[in-house]
Design a protein around this ligand. Sequence first.
Ligand SMILES: Cc1cc2nc3c(=O)[nH]c(=O)nc-3n(C[C@H](O)[C@H](O)[C@H](O)COP(=O)(O)OP(=O)(O)OC[C@H]3O[C@@H](n4cnc5c(N)ncnc54)[C@H](O)[C@@H]3O)c2cc1C
Length: 499
Amino acid sequence: MTYAYDERLDGPLADHDKAAIVRDLQALLPDLQLLHAKEDLRPFECDGLSAYRITPMLVALPGTIDEVQTLLKYANAHGVPVVARGAGTGLSGGALPLEKGILLVMSRFNRILEVDAQACIARVQPGVRNLAISQAAAPHGLYYAPDPSSQIACSIGGNVAENAGGVHCLKYGLTVHNILRVEIVTIDGERLTLGSEALDAPGFDLLALITGSEGMLGVVVEVTVKLLTKPQSAKVLLASFDDIEKAGDAVAQIIAAGVIPGGLEMMDNLAIRAAEDFIHAGYPVDAEALLLCEVDGAESDVAEDCARVEALLRTAGATEIRLAANEAERQRFWAGRKNAFPAVGRISPDYYCMDGTIPRRELSRVLRGIADLSAQYGLRVANVFHAGDGNMHPLILFDANAPGEMDRAEAIGARILELCVEVGGSITGEHGVGREKINQMCAQFNSDELTFFHAVKAAFDPSGLLNPGKNVPTLHRCAEFGTMHVHHGALPHPELERF
Ligand SMILES: Cc1cc2nc3c(=O)[nH]c(=O)nc-3n(C[C@H](O)[C@H](O)[C@H](O)COP(=O)(O)OP(=O)(O)OC[C@H]3O[C@@H](n4cnc5c(N)ncnc54)[C@H](O)[C@@H]3O)c2cc1C
């Protein structure tokens, strides 16, 4: 089973082809919002990874599922690739358009269809913002747990496609653990329902498969999410350290002691100073590292867990520990963390956000490795990350206008991800592979494993038209990248020669 993805799909397109496609779509779907003038396409040329830019051939903003079905059927019949886009906050170039493709922007699907407080679920359209779900559930004392730092802007459709995480995912799980049912439209225009409102559904778990599939298997048109009851109490402790490795060890010790915090986040000195200058969260600017540890639950459990965590932090060598005095201070502590990326954007012309996951016990070793690489490549790196999950977010600071800096930033980023794989981790925790990390997939998976990924893709999308060139590298790309063994010029799977 193969699918015919061709990297040449990215090539330029003759104008008359585009004109014909626009004419066809206008005739087929008179109410479809279509953008095709050059100046209208500009805002869509990148996602949050702004170093990669491609102007799409045209942008479609459907408003109904019928329009999505008809458009995909047309694309399939005419061999036109389609890239779905939510809010465009992705950090791995997943929604990077194709010069020869349609960008299918789902932002008009922005309605919350139902909040069922009794069943603790909400049924929402894919363009609904993550935070809007919790806001709609709040009057019922409920909320949606996965909270990416981009939650004010990112869409639930994008969260499903990336299996997004966030500060509270250590205790409450990633997107995949917090959704019950997803409706998708396949490239041939079929509407499929994956999962159900029951805790388990018979058959293969296609809901899990679609989660994190980066728009390559189908377009998400509806999502049913689980809602949780707001914890009775939540307290956050801020611990300062004079040594980043001690902070890393403290994380492992807290989890090993059996406490599962609602959130356990770490920032290094560069990130602390940037966030404090921006948000005035009350952070200790002289600390080498800080940990934010939130415990939530029933009042009595929270008080007990806070005392345990405080004792553990002291034993691990914290120089200062502060309990947020009230809700306003708790929110301020989190605001500093949640705004750390834009804060770092204020101290450097450009930054490049990496996203690797490692076993928690390796935190100190990897942080040391990142510091060494930073010195070796002559680029500053700020660390701000979901420490409890072992999900690192090194932010590489550079100036794209300085000769060679962009290349050095990409090179150190690749080395950091390889380091994550070396210690038993993975090249992504929550931001996805997209276009950015496609080469590192060759380091993470062998050719047999990649062949299985291609077979799954082919089962949904035999012509390889949905988001080609992302997430799963071709075997040829891996051969070129130098991580696949090519014997006498032949790839390990001759039937896949054409990838
Ligand atoms: C400041 C900042 C902080 C961030 N913090 C976090 C964080 O804490 N945790 C985290 O996980 N991520 C974080 N992100 C990354 C990003 O917000 C997430 O990946 C988010 O899930 C992307 O959602 P989106 O709607 O913007 O999707 P987009 O960027 O538009 O698309 C992302 C991917 O999803 C696909 N897609 C989008 N909509 C659909 C659909 N309806 N059907 C099928 N495929 C679709 C696209 O093709 C693409 O592959 C952060 C980003 C920024 C800029």
